[in-house]
Design a protein around this ligand. Structure first.
Ligand code: ASP
Length: 280
């Protein structure tokens, strides 16, 4: 029973020590709650639970605190992959919902499992999701000053439960100032992927993550017999060939956990019930 969570990147040059401490504390609080939850819930239920807690924390760029796009509107994306059923579901560019990961979770039971834009909004509202603005004053101020907030980042969780099931969930407010219609990696198999062998969630520049197919490649390499560490390193070497910007967390079926970033440093926590590792 183990899990990792991430909350995007931390930049020493543009973020304060207070922000770093706040993010470390948030990581510790959320991974502790999520690990407790994993005692009585499946890996799939737990990754949704953890990502909801991260979406609800305005320190991170997902749910509340999401970045604002070029036209002044927030559009969010989230996805969930259950390694056991191999079902990937997600929402792309959904608006005015508090927890996009909940909508991705609802879509696990629907034939059409990835919905975008108006269709995603309509599905969410038709299935009991209430309208909720995830905008916070700080993001509006940054938008008006035309500064993309460096301090925020996509969130994600990968988990292995006591029955050996793996799952991955990822949620994002995007890059900030993107052209409306831009598609993030977070609700694609490049940004979030899991099967019976491995689960991976990414953060970073979506275009780079998609170009290197990061999550799907790492998981496939582990399935084909590579160790988790080697699969990460090979995939990040390929990303480095074009100076791609990404970070990822991963866990395999034996409970090995690994994380890596192309540029320092990914905000993450890993917990196996005994050892808690938090980014420094
Ligand atoms: N991957 C996200 C995107 O490109 C952004 C991030 O991870 O911070 O939309």
């Amino acid at each position: 029973m183990k899990l990792l969570i991430h909350g995007g990147f931390f930049s020493e040059s543009s973020q304060s020590t207070e922000t770093k401490i706040a993010k470390q504390q948030a990581m510790e609080r959320i991974i502790t709650l999520a690990h407790e939850y994993l005692r009585t819930h499946s890996a799939k239920e737990t990754v949704v639970y953890a990502v909801k807690l991260l979406e609800d924390d305005a320190l991170f760029n997902a749910g509340i605190g999401s970045q604002i796009q070029r036209d002044g509107v927030i559009r969010m994306s989230a996805s969930l992959m259950d390694g056991k059923s191999k079902k990937f579901s997600g929402v792309i560019n959904i608006q005015e919902v508090k927890n996009p990961i909940d909508v991705a979770n609802l879509l696990q039971n629907v034939d059409d499992r990835v919905l975008g834009g108006d269709g995603a909004n309509a599905f969410a509202y038709a299935h009991g999701t209430t309208k909720f603005s995830t905008e916070i004053p700080q993001r509006r101020k940054e938008y008006e000053e035309k500064v993309v907030s460096n301090g925020v980042g996509t969130v994600g969780c990968v988990a292995l439960d006591d029955y050996g099931n793996l799952a991955a969930a990822t949620s994002t407010g995007g890059k900030g100032f993107e052209i409306p219609g831009r598609i993030s990696d977070s609700a694609t198999v490049a940004g979030n992927y899991a099967n019976d062998d491995c689960a991976v969630s990414c953060t970073g520049v979506g275009e780079d993550i998609v170009s290197a197919a990061v999550a799907a490649k790492i998981v496939t390499r582990v399935t084909d017999g590579m160790t988790l560490k080697n699969a990460f390193q090979k995939s990040f070497n390929e990303l480095a060939e074009f100076d791609g910007f990404a970070g990822a967390i991963g866990i395999d079926k034996s409970g090995n956990m690994f994380w890596q970033e192309s540029h320092p440093k990914i905000v993450f926590a890993a917990y196996d019930g005994t050892n808690l590792t938090i980014f420094d």
